[in-house]
Design a protein around this ligand. Structure first.
Ligand code: 13P
Length: 258
């Protein structure tokens, strides 16, 4: 067992209005006990429109839930219609920002270069990036999973000072497992996360690799989370569908404690 504290981060994607979000967070706060928060870092990443409401709920109810965003722009400000800057998020007490989620890479044309810029901007604003990497089904079937995730990690961490890299969190999300109900087997997820950690070890050294939290994402549910979390390389989950319901997400957090 490592001394990396497990993390369960809920990525709500484009779900929950701010009114729904307040209710979900309050219910989650009711379900979870302080011993849960002691064992697991709990993060919620709502839509931009719900960030303020979730932040005031967390503060008002003194919940130990970390606030996360699902994306941001790489510039501090400027003529970028429709975009949200990292400084705006930091001002809202956002602590984590997901960067390079496969849905953004695949549907919104985010390249490794854009992901690297966003990662640096998030770090520059004092927040923690959750960098997503993962292969498609086609890549898996062609045996190029390792190559794909190593390339994405290299692109993200390239020329990043070690002290900055140490502030990052990685999420391995095989694209074929996202929203499909087919999670990677714990062994497969453990193996690929092990590949990522070894690659980081080669590039950035033992201390950084040993301290880096690497989450698994892709159909994490109350029924499979314990087996995933029993794996030595898996430090937590980036949870989509199962984070939308407070009872379900509370069970994920509680089963995920180790
Ligand atoms: P699901 O848990 O719904 O498969 O989503 C995973 C995900 O993409 C989290 O970022």
């Amino acid at each position: 067992m490592s001394d990396r504290k497990p993390m369960m981060a809920g990525n709500w994607k484009m779900h929950h209005t701010h009114l729904e979000a307040i209710q979900v967070v309050q219910k989650l706060g009711f379900r979870l006990e302080s011993k849960d928060f002691d064992r697991v870092d709990v993060v919620i990443c709502p839509a931009f429109t719900a960030l303020r409401s979730v932040q005031t709920t967390i503060d008002g109810d003194r919940l130990a839930i970390g606030l996360g965003a699902q994306d941001c722009h790489w510039e501090k400000q400027g003529a970028f219609t429709g975009e949200v800057s990292p400084l705006m998020l930091a001002k809202l007490n956002v602590k984590y920002v997901i960067v390079g989620h496969s849905e953004r890479r695949e549907m919104f044309g985010e390249t490794d270069e854009i992901v690297a810029k966003k990662l640096r901007a998030v770090l520059g604003a004092g927040m923690t990036p959750i960098i997503c990497v993962g292969e498609t089904l086609d890549e898996r079937e062609h045996g190029t999973t390792e190559e794909k995730v190593k390339g994405q990690i290299e692109a993200a961490f390239q020329r990043l000072p070690a002290e900055e890299a140490a502030r990052c969190i990685v999420a391995y999300e095989p694209i074929w497992a996202i929203g499909t109900g087919h999670n990677a087997t714990p062994d497969d997820a453990n193996e690929t996360i092990g590949v990522i950690r070894r690659h980081v070890r080669v590039g950035l050294g033992d201390a950084l690799a040993d301290g880096l939290r690497i989450l698994y994402g892709g159909s994490v549910k109350p029924g499979n989370v314990a087996a995933l979390m029993a794996m030595p390389e898996i430090d937590g989950g980036l949870v989509g569908g199962a984070s939308l319901d407070p009872d379900e997400f509370a069970r994920v957090v509680q089963f995920g404690a180790r």
